[in-house]
Design a protein around this ligand. Structure first.
Ligand SMILES: [Mg+2]
Ligand SMILES: [Zn+2]
Length: 213
């Protein structure tokens, strides 16, 4: 499999490249840890450790209210490592669902990879299997969809299937930005434009043309 690498030369910050009209299926795919909830180097192992990032719940609500489909694509190798079970993982996602239900909205689909990195599965990002799963489950084409992540592999998985990559600086985002800036990553397929935002909330306000403050 050929993985996409990204070129720093086109890295933009808060640019105006993104347009809702370029996303005909109105699909937004989110990484979970470091995008929706706070990440930890020790993994998020329990419902109590699953804590939303400021503004992220509200951002998902705004996307849903604007008629977007919102899906989650998340690597959860902690399951394969035995740090937490799939039922605990479901309970974390129930916590998210409960927070959204207050606003009468729901995430359309959650795709997760429970495998260890060396399992060579087709779903662990940067491989695009989780995104294909979302495409099938929701019967939507991914072309033009937005992939929001805090790690390079999120963006790579998205670009592989024609999604527009968005980097947020929460979670591992700052480190990812540094990685993109420091490394002279050569491009296998095509240099891609990446939009960079402080967090999910800032991205959504920008994308939906909502004036913040
Ligand atoms: Mg992440
Ligand atoms: Zn997997």
């Amino acid at each position: 499999m050929l993985f996409v690498t990204l070129s720093i030369s086109n890295l933009q910050r808060k640019s105006l490249m993104l347009s809702v009209s370029d996303n005909p299926q109105k699909l937004i795919i989110l990484d979970r840890d470091g995008v929706i909830n706070k990440d930890s180097a020790d993994y998020i192992k329990s419902v109590d450790e699953w804590l939303p990032i400021n503004g992220s719940i509200n951002a998902i609500v705004k996307l849903k209210q604007a008629g977007f489909k919102v899906a989650i694509a998340t690597n959860q190798s902690g399951v394969g490592r035995g740090y937490y079970s799939e039922s605990i993982l479901s309970a974390m996602h129930k916590k998210l669902a409960d927070l959204l239900a207050v606003f009468n909205v729901a995430v359309d689909y959650v795709a997760y990879c429970p495998h260890l990195p060396d399992a060579n599965c087709a779903c662990r990002k940067p491989r695009p299997g989780l995104l294909s799963e979302i495409s099938e489950a929701l019967s939507v084409d991914l072309c033009g969809a937005i992939m929001v992540g805090d790690s390079l592999r999120d963006l790579q998985a998205g670009i592989t299937l024609g999604c527009q990559p968005v980097l947020v600086l929460t979670g591992k985002g700052q480190a990812t930005l540094k990685q993109l800036k420091n490394n002279d990553i050569k491009s296998d397929i095509a240099a891609s434009d990446i939009d960079v935002f402080d967090d999910l909330s800032e991205f959504v306000n920008h994308y939906l043309n909502i004036n913040s403050v």
